[in-house]
Design a protein around this ligand. Structure first.
Ligand code: NAD
Length: 281
């Protein structure tokens, strides 16, 4: 019988715990979110982040910049936030408008305030398993959720579908740091079903609705669906054909209610952790 990996419940517990800690802090953690342009999905994400941060008692500041913001304007804002002692964590909402290169601006964020863990100092420290200031929120949330359900990683075959800098690559590294044997598949991979079905732990972050059917899954495998895709009726679904795969998996995340809520919980946890580390620095 399959068990659901309940990201909503796990996230609620983490957020409650953060709220209790913040209530006892004299100086509240402070999160600055930068939103450039009018991307509708980004506006919703930023609103949710701000709402959650405020509910936890954080100081939450959102900087909304015009679509045609120049590189210098964005650079000035980031450098000012780096210097601002009242800002613990800086999040640059992606994607940026086409004329701005995300990588350039991520590299400007002080790694000690890089709440998404995307700065090369933090990704490099993740690679060498040596204390990044922050770990990328979605992969961190996946590992946390699996641990909550007592999943063991050591010696397991983990297959990650997707090699993005935001999800696939940091996730593969975190699994490796947990002593899993990791395979990373992507859009050019041949025989994806064969590779995926060798996995004890299969994590799909391709963003292709229904990509993972039961032919991709070994009996009893643990399946994590990172994908967020809208169907023709605007309903959110994932990469995994849940109906089919839940008949053979041992543990599976739903979409929604799996990885999504864990991502936001990890963003809040990272903000809290950066504020504590920065206060000691
Ligand atoms: P991306 O587009 O940057 O990367 C997608 C990756 O999947 C690429 O590496 C690509 O090679 C691979 N891929 C694409 N089609 C494939 C196919 N048919 N077979 C095998 N591999 C294929 O996307 P991303 O930012 O990594 O996000 C991936 C998905 O996860 C998206 O649906 C995104 O919305 C979702 N996401 C969810 C959360 C969350 O909190 N739930 C967070 C981040 C991203």
């Amino acid at each position: 019988m399959v068990q659901i990996l309940d990201g909503s419940a796990c996230s609620k517990e983490i957020l409650n715990d953060i709220k209790l800690k913040v209530a006892k802090m004299a100086k509240k953690p402070s999160l600055a979110v930068i939103l450039v342009g009018e991307d509708p999905a980004s506006q919703i994400y930023v609103r949710n982040k701000e709402k959650t941060a405020k509910e936890l008692g954080f100081i939450s500041k959102t900087f909304k910049m015009k679509e045609n913001t120049s590189a210098n304007e964005l650079k000035d804002l980031i450098l000012n936030l780096n210097l601002d002692e009242d800002t613990d964590a800086v999040l640059l909402q992606l994607p940026l408008p086409e004329h701005l290169c995300a990588r350039d601006f991520i590299e400007l964020i002080n790694p000690r305030k890089d709440v998404d863990g995307f700065h090369p100092i933090n990704t490099g420290r993740l690679m060498s398993n040596s204390n990044p200031y922050a770990l990328s929120c979605t992969p961190k949330g996946i590992i946390r959720l699996l641990k909550k359900y007592n999943v063991e990683f050591e010696g397991k075959n983990a297959v990650v579908i997707g090699r993005s800098n935001m999800v696939g690559k940091p996730l593969a590294q975190m699994l490796l740091n947990e002593n899993a044997t990791v395979t990373v598949a992507h859009s050019k991979t041949r025989n994806l079903a064969q590779i995926a079905s060798s996995a004890d732990i299969l994590i799909s972050a391709a963003g292709v609705g229904g990509l993972i059917g039961k032919d991709f899954v070994k009996n009893g495998a643990i399946v994590v669906d990172v994908g967020i895709v809208r169907d023709e009726n605007g309903k959110i679904k994932g990469d995994v054909n849940f109906e089919e795969v839940s008949q053979i998996a041992s543990l599976i995340t739903p979409v929604p209610g799996g990885v999504g809520p864990m991502t936001i919980a990890m963003l809040m946890e990272n903000t809290l952790e950066l504020s504590i580390k920065n206060a000691k620095f």
